[in-house]
Design a protein around this ligand. Structure first.
Ligand code: NAD
Length: 313
């Protein structure tokens, strides 16, 4: 029969693309419950879903930061029956940590980490009882390696990866599968907004030298990586569907093959120095140079490293 899929954060970006792709499945294998904080923001999704809306796609309100909202939403699903839970809602935060407020940092964890915890607490017990289910998390390559000036976001994704590694073991006993989707850069409006907001922000609290690194090394590298290697939300949706339909869904799933070598550096050198030094050079020595990081990523993924290391996927 049809599988019930509940997705968080569907008003834009990757969540919206996954909702539309699954709801428009030719064979109507999915009944999608697309959730968002504020249903006033439903128009783009409804338009993209076309005639799937009202048939294989329905909408519900869900704020992953509210216990009440999560419970109300799941309670309003027929028999509380969810076959596939896709934790997508997330927020970003960039900048030198000296210049970021603890409140902003906590908000990132509240959404990216505790948001997933809330969903798990509400959905997992039913899946265990039914002895079936698939839980996915839209994590990030930044859940696998750190990048300067993305420290808090990266930490929130590492935390989620750690959480799910443990949960995956426990749930295997109940025939429930857990999969992490780890995209590299994805060109969503959110990302562009983040970068333009950042160029206006003052970042009081950070010294001039750090701010110079942030503005003149980090930001140009980021822009180049997004322009040179960025994927579309639709590509992430396609990967996610592939994982859902896999007979044995892997735990970790990179979506961008160009990131395989840079992630594999961690596994190639257990001291992690290789990773730290590679990112250091990409940031400080090459950051300002147009597209060099992009060329390094492409070189590595075509070259020796891919042949010598085991794919982390
Ligand atoms: P996006 O901003 O378009 O999507 C995030 C969605 O989450 C938005 O619709 C937002 O309204 C929603 N959201 C935020 N807080 C929420 C809350 N408390 N409750 C419910 N919904 C909430 O950006 P996106 O790029 O589509 O991000 C989706 C996921 O993909 C995030 O978890 C993000 O960390 C991850 N990701 C993004 C990229 C990228 O480069 N864009 C790369 C790797 C991973």
């Amino acid at each position: 029969g049809q599988k019930v899929v509940l997705i968080t954060g569907c008003s834009s970006g990757i969540g919206m693309a996954i909702a539309v792709r699954l709801a428009r499945d030719e064979n109507k294998r999915y009944y999608v419950i697309a959730t968002m904080r504020d249903l006033k923001r439903k128009d783009k999704l409804v338009e993209a879903a076309g005639d799937a809306y009202g048939r294989t796609l329905s909408l519900l309100t869900l704020d992953v930061c509210s216990d009440e909202s999560v419970k109300q939403c799941v309670d309003s699903v027929k028999d509380r029956h969810i076959d596939i839970l896709i934790n997508n809602a997330g927020v970003g935060l960039v900048g030198p940590i000296e210049a970021l407020s603890l409140d902003d940092m906590k908000q990132v964890f509240e959404t990216n980490f505790f948001g997933v915890v809330r969903m798990l607490k509400e959905v997992m017990p039913d899946m265990k009882r039914r002895r079936s289910g698939h839980i996915l998390v839209i994590s990030s390559v930044l859940g696998l390696h750190g990048v300067a000036f993305n420290d808090i976001y990266s930490a929130s994704k590492f935390a989620t990866e750690g959480l799910c590694e443990g949960v995956a073991i426990q749930l295997l006993k109940f025939n429930v599968t857990v999969s992490m989707i780890e995209p590299g850069p994805v060109n969503t409006e959110f990302e562009m907004k983040l970068l333009t907001d950042v160029s206006k922000k003052e970042f009081a609290g950070a010294d001039a030298e750090t701010l110079d690194h942030f503005r003149n090394c980090y930001l140009p590298t980021q822009v180049n990586l997004f322009q040179g290697l960025g994927q579309t939300p639709e590509e992430i949706a396609k990967c996610t569907q592939k994982v859902i339909e896999s007979p044995r869904p892997p735990f970790r799933n990179l979506t961008n093959p160009l990131y395989t070598p840079i992630v594999a550096l961690k596994y190639a050198d257990e001291t992690r120095s290789l990773s730290v030094h590679t990112f250091y050079h990409m940031l400080y020595n090459l950051g300002g140079v147009m597209n060099v990081s992009v060329r390094i990523m492409k070189f590595l993924s075509g070259g020796w490293l891919r042949r010598r290391t085991i794919s982390p996927i």
